[in-house]
Design a protein around this ligand. Structure first.
Ligand code: PLP
Length: 433
């Protein structure tokens, strides 16, 4: 019998609602705090920075399902559903009894899952009458996704890009500019926060923390401008649940259910996006699926960080978040997986990890590239260096299944492709890593 390799949904079956896992958590995450008052942040305070609707979603702990606006779903139809693929090639390369599936978010026009939230956030800003939006970007994927989305909904965008990435990844800057965004290397002299950092550390190579400080400062000082964030926060993860909700139906088409779900972990949005729709069946139906977040050894907040209230940024502009963190002044080494260089973990994932409901592993850079190259040769897709961490964790699980001589169904999220990261692969192939 011919074995089916790829599974797609009909357009009418693209999800109409996102899944809010907080509604189903017995132990809900502790609230984000206003650092000045030490009281839980209010809708008023949040919507000073973010669109009102995103702020509402951020604080929503009650509604399990939240409607996807028709205008956003209409944009999703351009690239969704994304394929669920049975990775026969990788299974063969590993000679494993495990069945490996991946959800391919790299097929979005911008090459990563980030567009799922960018479209939603830009839409809300437009609907609320704003003219400008701003953000930070690490490796450039979020900035690229938002540049595309800002253009779709007719907004002006200024992106603060982490300096090390701005220099290492000039093509992501070009992509953002092609879509019409203005791109500034961070730390920069254009904000108070940037000037302070550069005065103290003239050679600062930037981090998501410094870029967030600059973007938030712009959003709170320029009228008609709001800030958007590509990871970490609850509403971003909410938007990404479209990944897992599709995968749930596609796994059904494949006649399987995952024993293990794996995602790479920067701030937690693609991990949560693929995991939480399945985790709801652990909560509701007694399923025993394991969930593994794969983070880089160079930025190990989940495996080596401490659970605490910490700032989301270097300059302490954001609310205090209850999360696993390496401290807001932590500057990770300049690894190539720029999207994973963030000091903290989203509050939902942090709370789930603290309660032993999800697991985390750390992967060093060499192991991630070894897995990435193996995947490219077996499945034809060059993965983003971030996604390669999920692949490395998948390889570990598949080899464990082989050692134990048991079948196991593994699902991982391929959060993006690496075609704009070829200089990193060059370094790996040259043995220079
Ligand atoms: C941004 C990014 C990540 C990390 O962000 P999360 O919010 O943790 O998902 C992972 N992979 C890719 C391709 C990214 O662009």
């Amino acid at each position: 019998m011919e074995k089916r390799k790829r599974f797609f949904l009909e357009e009418r079956d693209i999800p109409r609602r996102w899944y809010n896992i907080v509604a189903d958590m017995q132990n809900k995450p502790m609230p984000a705090l206003n650092p000045a008052t030490r009281k839980p942040v209010t809708l008023d305070e949040l919507s000073h920075i973010f669109s009102v609707e995103a702020s509402r979603q951020e604080l929503n702990t009650e509604d399990r399902w939240i409607d996807i606006p028709e205008e956003v779903r209409d944009q999703y139809r351009l690239y969704r559903s994304t394929p669920l693929v049975r990775a026969y090639g990788l299974e063969k390369a590993l000679d494993t009894p495990a069945h490996i599936y991946f959800k391919n978010e790299s097929v979005s026009p911008v090459g990563s899952h980030k567009l799922n939230s960018a479209l939603a956030q830009a839409y809300y800003c437009k609907k609320e009458g704003l003219t400008n939006i701003t953000t930070e970007t690490g490796a450039g994927q979020w900035g690229t996704a938002l540049a595309y989305a800002a253009n779709v909904f007719g907004l002006e965008l200024a992106v603060y890009m982490v300096k090390v990435s701005y220099e290492q990844k000039p093509y992501r800057r070009s992509l953002m500019q092609v879509y019409g965004a203005q791109v500034i290397a961070s730390p920069s002299m254009s904000t108070k926060a940037g000037r302070k950092i550069l005065t103290e550390t003239p050679n600062h190579q930037g981090s998501l923390g410094t870029a967030i400080s600059e973007a938030v400062e712009l959003a709170t000082t320029v009228p008609g401008c709001k800030y958007t964030l590509g990871s970490v926060l609850n509403h971003v993860t909410l938007h990404q649940t479209v990944i897992g909700l599709e995968a749930e139906r596609q796994m059904e088409m494949a006649g399987e259910y995952p024993d293990v779900v794996i995602g790479c972990f920067g701030g937690g949005s693609n991990f949560g996006g693929i995991s939480y729709p399945f985790l709801r069946h652990n909560f509701q139906d007694g399923r025993r699926t394991r969930f593994i977040a794969a983070e880089p050894s160079a930025c190990p907040k989940l495996t080596k960080g401490r659970f605490m209230y910490d700032y989301g940024d270097e300059a302490c502009y954001t609310p205090l978040l209850p999360m696993y963190s390496l401290g807001h002044t932590f500057v990770p080494a300049g690894i190539h997986a720029g999207g994973l260089r963030y000091h903290g973990a989203g509050t939902i994932a942090s709370s789930l990890l603290k309660d032993g409901i999800i697991e985390a592993v750390d992967i060093d850079q060499l192991e991630s590239f070894r897995a990435g190259v193996m995947f490219a040769r077996a499945e034809g897709i060059v993965p983003a260096p971030e996604s390669a961490h999920a692949i490395a964790a998948t390889v570990r699980e598949a080899l464990k299944a082989k050692e134990e001589g048991v079948g196991r169904t593994i699902l991982f999220n391929l959060s993006g492709h690496g075609l704009v990261d070829m200089s990193a692969y060059d370094r790996y192939l040259a043995g220079d890593m």
